[in-house]
Design a protein. Structure first.
Length: 240
């Protein structure tokens, strides 16, 4: 098991270190912009008569400026790009190591967790750097006590989704198939799995984007997402 995990360590560590290097540069850039007065902050939502109300994510949007909007876009791009790269590297290393279907489960879950952790670090470190300490205090008071538990479940869901993507992509890219067939299989798998993710995402968003997070409903949808991800991972392993 230990040697099996070590096979992936160096290639995936390269992806993680590259993402963290970009993150450090982003935070340096944000600090410079803040010191120069280029980065602006919007406190309008905290002042009467403009106190933000309504769904939670709508309230957060009240605090956005041009700088924070670009920061969100950059953070999402960094996290998304890193996770896609990690999945592709995982599949390539698995193929070079001649991994069998049953041997994919443990590495996929372990490195899915590691990739999700780096993605969360990149996302939150950039986003939090675009808000002032006062804004962060205001927003944290709106989240409610269930925020921490929901974030943990979101982390596990992302980790299992990455594990599922790795196993399904591995199964779809068997080298004994013609390139055209591989492309069709990957597209069909992306569509089929995407429908499942779409349905679960809509339900999760509806539970989270309320005046206060509906902890029970959000936990239920996130748990369903985790189960669905594990099911997709199982299908990928069986077909590998």
């Amino acid at each position: 098991m230990k040697n099996q995990l070590k096979t992936y360590a160096a290639p995936l560590a390269t992806v993680y270190l590259a993402a963290l290097a970009v993150l450090v540069l982003a935070r340096i850039g944000l600090a410079c912009m803040d010191g120069m007065g280029v980065l602006s902050y919007n406190y309008w939502s905290a002042t009467a008569p403009y106190n933000a109300s309504g769904p939670l994510l709508d309230q957060i949007c009240w605090a956005l400026t041009g700088g924070t909007l670009i920061g969100f876009m950059f953070a999402a791009g960094l996290a998304f790009g890193m996770t896609v790269a990690a999945v592709l590297v995982f599949v390539k290393v698995s193929r070079e190591a001649n991994a069998a279907g049953s041997s994919l489960a443990a590495p996929a879950l372990v490195w899915g967790l590691a990739t999700a952790l780096v993605a969360f670090i990149c996302l939150f470190a950039v986003v939090l750097g675009t808000f002032s300490p006062i804004q962060l205090a205001q927003m944290s008071s709106k989240g409610g006590g269930a925020t921490g538990a929901v974030l943990v479940l979101m982390f596990v869901e992302l980790a299992t989704l990455l594990a599922a993507a790795s196993c399904v992509l591995f199964a779809c890219t068997k080298p004994d198939r013609a390139p055209g067939r591989i492309a069709v299989r990957v597209a069909c798998a992306a569509l089929a799995c995407g429908v499942v993710v779409l349905v679960l995402m809509v339900g999760t968003f509806a539970a989270i984007n309320t005046v206060e997070i509906n902890a029970g409903a959000a936990a239920g949808w996130l748990a369903a997402g985790i189960v669905a991800n594990l099911a997709m991972m199982y299908v990928g392993i069986k077909r590998a």
